[in-house]
Design a protein around this ligand. Sequence first.
Ligand code: GLY
Length: 371
Amino acid sequence: MTYPATLTQAFDIIRRTIPKMGTDRPAIGRGDLTYERCHNSHWVDGFWSGQLWLVYDETQDAVFMDAARAQRPYFIERLDRPESHDHDLGFLYSLSLVADYKLTGDEQARQGALRAADFLMGRYNPNGRFIRAWNDWENSAKNRGRMIIDSLENLGLLFWAAEQTGNPRYTDIAVAHAHTTVDYIVRADGSSYHSFHFDPESGEPLRGETVQGYADESCWSRGQSWGIHGFALTYRYTGDVRFRDTAVKLADYALARLPDDNVPYWDYLLPDDETPYRDTAAGVIMAAGLFLLVDQLDDAANAERYRDSARAMLDGLIAGYTTFDYPHAEGLLTQGASHVEKGYANNMLPYGDYFFIEALLRALGRTAFFW
Ligand code: GLY
């Protein structure tokens, strides 16, 4: 199936899901290809809104804008619940209020997104030079000194806020966090830790640890994909080749470990006796990141290599993992692996759906997104 035909099918599924979703948001797919809905402070809340805004931008059909706008009260209201905020403010607000502002110029959306950026900036640890990822779990202070690779995707909100306000502090924090990620999360061989701990007071680096990967020293494929996409974004904003070269290093590691259909397993260093679940979300995030990187490389042959790899990934996903044959499906891609250790594998995932659309649009040459 061609990319335009795939997008048409995907847009039809999103259109038919709008009345079913109402003001809810998809959280994780059920076995019958419907979606569980989000609770009221979920990290994935922005991905449905992000899909709606992307489709509106592409089609100019008001149905999609109206559905995205129906989500706005939730995102505005959530700003008044700081206890519901962690580093995922970028995922939440780049794909909702920033998207709204970029496409419609709405001032309430702009003000809300700037508030979200301020909350995100408030999570910066100046001694460790990183943005704290998560809040405390079950009265444990373990997360006070933790950064994670996923956070790179939240930096776009800070770069956008710097552009809007002229305040360089947003950029300084985003750049410092990105350098710390290169220094401690990325390993010499191009693989990555999921998270890294620092002493929360002194900022002294302590150790890497996984939460969603197979093991501390393995390489969680979705984290690797966040790194590829996130470092390429950081290069786009900063022009610092250290970030582009890191995205390339992470991409080369992952590309050398893809299975025959180019859809990643959930971890790149799984022992033979572990179930090799796929993670289609890791696949689409990486494909979108590779397309982003293609435009940033000076060397045409290298750029072509990454374009071919991204296409091969998309082709594998389209051939084997879409929901298109199921008229009641509420999402787009099967076989995402949200958190294998907790029993979440083989599910549709809203971030898989969002990045599927982003990757397909990037494959067709679109360059304007909300990050
Ligand atoms: N950011 C969390 C995840 O990728 O599951």
